[in-house]
Design a protein around this ligand. Structure first.
Ligand SMILES: C[S@@+](CC[C@H](N)C(=O)[O-])C[C@H]1O[C@@H](n2cnc3c(N)ncnc32)[C@H](O)[C@@H]1O
Length: 314
């Protein structure tokens, strides 16, 4: 059990902004599906703290959005759950559920009318949650599978590839713990093919591939950075519908801040930096270019940095 509310950094507002804009657009779904449901699998403390000030966390942002969806927030931690309940007291369209989201998701989805659209925000803050001696996986691939089975469902996942890379580092540093640590990553991806991946770009693409393998027809990724321009995590989107993908792709593009030269495919839109290996290759190429060609190359650089599947060589 933890004390006190979650503290956030400035880049978290990017996540909240994307969520807010998307939920606003969900008024359309509300009209079509006669209301829709919002699920926050990792609910948090309801209100969160930024530089000493309390602001609304994701469950409150959703409950108070224009479409007023019926909201469900699952939280495993007893202390945060108490704060979440307190913060949502008197908010009629939100239900707080205690426990492990990986165990709760199937019954929760069954409880929601099939005709309703279900938007699931999956926002872990690590690979495992520990409360004393108990270790629980924060996000199990089976949870994503469960969500994908419902055609009227979409997900927005906080994919923490840096945690995966750190975990791989710990496996190398402590070989006696390697099997246990490997299980933490395999549980997230639902496969052990991550062992062949070395960069965050590859880990990002593996997750997108995995979503497609579940039947999500539209997937996307946004690199969320901190103020000093360093990568923090990916927001990953999966949907069965082009309308939602169009809205989310546009939200990702605005958040990323660069316009790709050509429209990214809605089937897979990735807003990210150029992988280092690709940059190096491009720098070598740059040396051989005339100034005119260099200007053309700079234009295409913007395209590359926004382009889908940009990590194929990464
Ligand atoms: C990043 S925080 C969530 C923040 C929240 N979505 C927001 O933006 O206000 C992650 C939360 O997930 C909770 N958590 C971790 N593992 C969980 C699990 N298996 N089931 C449910 N909650 C979990 C943690 O206790 C923590 O409060």
């Amino acid at each position: 059990m933890t004390d006190g509310p979650l503290h956030i950094k400035k880049h978290t507002f990017q996540k909240y902004d994307i969520l807010r804009k998307y939920l606003k657009a969900c008024l359309t779904f509300e009209k079509k599906y006669q209301n829709f449901a919002y699920i926050d699998t990792h609910g948090g403390s309801g209100k969160v703290v930024f530089e000493g000030h309390e602001v609304h966390g994701s469950p409150l942002i959703a409950a108070e959005s224009e479409a007023h969806p019926q909201c469900y927030a699952i939280e495993i931690d007893v202390g945060r759950r108490l704060l979440l309940r307190k913060a949502t007291t008197g908010v009629p369209n939100i239900e707080v559920i205690g426990g492990d989201c990986n165990r709760k998701i199937a019954s929760l989805l069954k409880q929601i009318d099939d005709r309703k659209f279900a938007f699931c925000f999956v926002d872990p803050d690590g690979l495992v949650y520990t409360d004393g001696a108990t270790k629980v996986f924060q996000l199990n691939w089976t949870t994503i599978e469960e969500i994908s089975r419902r055609r009227n469902s979409e997900i927005l996942v906080n994919l923490r590839t840096q945690d995966v890379i750190r975990c791989v580092g710990a496996m190398e540093a402590e070989p006696e713990r390697a099997d246990k640590l490997a299980e933490d990553i395999t549980t997230l991806y639902g496969t052990d093919s991550w062992t062949l991946k070395r960069t965050r770009y590859q880990l990002r693409d593996l997750f997108l591939d995995r979503l497609e393998s579940l039947g999500f027809t539209h997937v996307g990724a946004l690199n969320v950075k901190s103020e000093d321009n360093s990568h923090q995590y990916y927001l990953i989107y999966g949907s069965h519908h082009s309308v939602g993908a169009k809205i989310m792709s546009s939200n990702f593009r605005i958040s990323w801040g660069f316009n790709p030269i050509t429209e990214l495919p809605l089937q897979r839109f990735v807003y990210d930096d150029i992988p280092h290996s690709q940059t190096t290759a491009q720098q070598a190429f740059q040396k051989t270019l005339s100034p005119e060609k260099l200007a053309d190359w700079c234009d295409s650089l913007c395209f590359f940095s926004c382009s889908a599947r940009s990590s194929q060589v990464g």
